[in-house]
Design a protein around this ligand. Structure first.
Ligand SMILES: Cc1cc2nc3c(=O)[nH]c(=O)nc-3n(C[C@H](O)[C@H](O)[C@H](O)COP(=O)(O)OP(=O)(O)OC[C@H]3O[C@@H](n4cnc5c(N)ncnc54)[C@H](O)[C@@H]3O)c2cc1C
Ligand code: FES
Length: 332
């Protein structure tokens, strides 16, 4: 069974009744519905229900403020249509999916510890792996309500391999379920790819990748994608972590830095006394280290919200880098 969703003053599309949310159904139908995180945290997918019935799958989702709730707003990533509906939302071409997402079983092939709390997980999904470097997938984990977003660290491939670098969050239900309850050879439900902070291949500008903590995963993919295209663009890669114990993923970065087009800077915010490299916050090192005006680069960054806000302030307010040169994922 399918429901027809009409956008007030615009077009209409259909969503399968078994689809878990309006957003996923709309993107699978190729609609350019605004969104960012897909998991209820950012509020970018807010819409008004004009007619019909909609169920909220996570009514307390932080992406809606109290004011939004009082005004009857919904989150597309946390709502399911219960019949034909009319919604009010402003579609935007930049959100049209680059690759149509699909839902499938994903088998866990390998788990490799990188740091005390971060591991690389390798999954296999039937069919070739198709995504843009910088995109993420949704994983449905045992005894965890909703989906969790995790960014791919590898590149598209024919073998159906999807690699993720995931941090165990203290008390977090999804990340702990993945570390403790999904065994090698077991399968979980996977849905992807999603996200629009992906590498734009057609830009002539040098690239700056800035990763904080587990934000490393999508930045590895963006850097790998930029180097793989064989062009002359340089990649300036900044990795911010707390201390030396967090540097277990450095081997992958050092391997990338063997390509002379990539310059690597690692900065620690709380290093031990033996650390000889730069210290402080990663955005401070970006400003110290880059020699050309910041407006001459394309920026990609991913990590915790405070890091994202500090980099946005640096780029957008202090250096007036055009918005079209800035792409990021906030790990809400
Ligand atoms: C675009 C994006 C990409 C990300 N990429 C990575 C990555 O590559 N590596 C990495 O380690 N982390 C990544 N994260 C963070 C990751 O998605 C999780 O937030 C993190 O692992 C903590 O999840 P948890 O279940 O352990 O913690 P919890 O605190 O249990 O859950 C937090 C997350 O689950 C959602 N959530 C909580 N309760 C519910 C509910 N009842 N119903 C539905 N959703 C709920 C929240 O919106 C939040 O996203 C990414 C986040 C985003 C938004
Ligand atoms: S995309 Fe729905 S809250 Fe972020």
């Amino acid at each position: 069974m399918k429901y027809q969703i009409s956008i007030e003053g615009g077009t209409a599309f259909t969503v399968a009744a078994e689809e878990d949310t309006l957003l996923r159904g709309a993107l699978r139908a190729g609609m350019a519905l605004p969104h960012e995180c897909s998991v209820g945290g950012c509020g970018a997918c807010r819409f008004d229900l004009v007619d019909g019935l909609m169920e909220s799958v996570w009514p307390e989702a932080p992406g809606l403020s109290e004011r939004d709730r009082k005004r009857g707003k919904y989150l597309a990533c946390q709502s399911r249509p219960l019949g034909d509906c009319t919604i009010r939302v402003r579609c935007d071409e930049s959100y049209r999916p680059a690759v149509r997402a699909h839902r499938s079983a994903a088998e866990l092939l390998a788990r490799r510890a990188l740091t005390p709390d971060m591991s690389e997980f390798t999954f296999r999904v039937p069919g070739a792996t198709e995504f843009r470097p910088g995109q993420y997938a949704l994983l449905y984990l045992p005894r965890t309500p909703g989906a969790r977003a995790y960014s791919m660290a590898n590149l598209p491939n024919e073998e159906g391999i999807w690699k993720f670098v995931i941090r165990r969050v203290p008390g977090g239900s999804g990340s702990n379920a993945l570390f403790d309850q999904v065994g090698i050879g077991e399968s979980i439900v996977f849905d992807g790819p999603y996200g629009h902070a992906y590498l734009r291949e057609d830009s002539p500008r040098d690239i700056v990748c800035i990763a904080g903590g587990s934000g490393l995963a999508p930045m590895l993919s963006v850097a790998r994608g930029a180097l793989a295209d064989g062009g002359s663009r340089r990649v300036h890669f900044f990795y911010g972590a707390r201390g030396q114990a967090d540097l277990g993923a450095l081997d992958a970065l050092e391997k990338l830095a063997e390509d002379e087009r990539l310059a690597l800077s690692v900065v620690l915010s709380a290093p031990e006394s033996t650390w000889k490299g730069p210290t402080g916050f990663v955005h401070e090192e970006v400003e110290r280290n880059l020699t050309a005006p910041l407006g001459s680069y394309d920026f990609y960054f991913a990590g915790p919200p405070p890091m994202i806000e500090a980099i946005q302030a640096l780029l957008m307010h202090k250096h007036q880098v055009p918005f079209g040169q800035i792409r990021f994922d906030r790990f809400v």
